[in-house]
Design a protein. Structure first.
Length: 265
């Protein structure tokens, strides 16, 4: 049986924990060689080691996605280690709980840091990742020309609807990611590069621990989710893997939702 991502070469940002780690592991299980990028080098190495221990191929890369040279260097390392690149998951993000706020109370430094990681970080990851698709002989397009590839950017329902009052910087950053997905899909479709977004919804990860560890906050959040529970990273990762695969060959410019129905009501 041929694995759905056999032969693919993927870079995943924020791969040290949460959705990023689960995605890196899932892509590897589906046959891809994976570069695990994280600002925490030890966490990136741990994820890569777990893939290798399971029989896969992986490399760890340390970078702050808000710093252009670090991203550029990490993509070069990944491309060399994996012998090319044709899949990209821009997942790394921050949510500054206790600092993010309504705009009239929001400190400029918090706004700038949130957008630097969540939006500029996606831009830089895609900038250098897509350059690598084109420069390193990515997957063949359907007409046989060199190029092609698949990009998934992880966004949020907070960037589509006003689901998170008081998290104005985070919501704005994720709205920017959704807009970037759509315009990149138009930009790169002629080159055989597909670009899609994934909305995980409220997911139990280290980023959301301040909510999942508080019964009152958790109850209030899950009451607004038809499935009445948080998602898990392992429930989001297969959606991302699908979008990387040939089964999604005609899917681009879409925002896929894995949120337990939260944005449906």
């Amino acid at each position: 049986m041929t694995l759905p991502l056999a032969g693919r070469r993927a870079l995943v940002t924020g791969a040290g924990a949460g959705i990023g780690r689960a995605t890196a592991l899932r892509l590897a299980a589906d046959g891809a060689r994976v570069a695990c990028l994280d600002i925490d080098g030890l966490a990136a190495t741990s994820a890569a080691d777990q893939i290798v221990a399971a029989g896969g191929i992986a490399v760890a890369c340390q970078a702050d996605v808000s710093r252009e040279q670090e991203v550029a260097d990490a993509v070069v390392k990944a491309t060399r280690a994996l012998d090319g690149l044709d899949c990209l998951v821009a997942n790394a993000a921050v949510q500054l709980v206790g600092e993010d706020a309504p705009v009239d109370q929001l400190d400029l430094a918090v706004w700038n840091r949130t957008l630097a990681v969540n939006l500029t970080g996606v831009f830089l990851t895609c900038k250098y990742g897509i350059q690598a698709f084109r420069g390193a002989g990515g997957a063949a397009t359907r007409d046989g020309a060199d190029g092609g590839g698949a990009v998934v950017c992880v966004t949020s329902g907070t960037g589509l609807y006003g689901l998170a009052p008081g998290f104005d910087a985070y919501s704005a950053s994720k709205g920017g990611v959704a807009a970037l997905v759509r315009v990149m899909a138009a930009d790169y479709a002629p080159r055989g590069i597909r670009v899609n977004g994934v909305v995980p919804g409220f997911t139990a990860t280290p980023m959301t621990r301040s909510f999942t560890d508080d019964e009152e906050k958790l109850g209030a959040l899950t009451n607004g989710i038809p499935l009445r529970r948080p998602g898990t990273p392992e429930e989001v990762a297969p959606v991302i893997s699908f979008l990387m695969s040939d089964s999604a060959a005609y899917v681009t410019g879409a925002i896929w939702v894995a949120d337990g129905g939260q944005t449906a009501i």
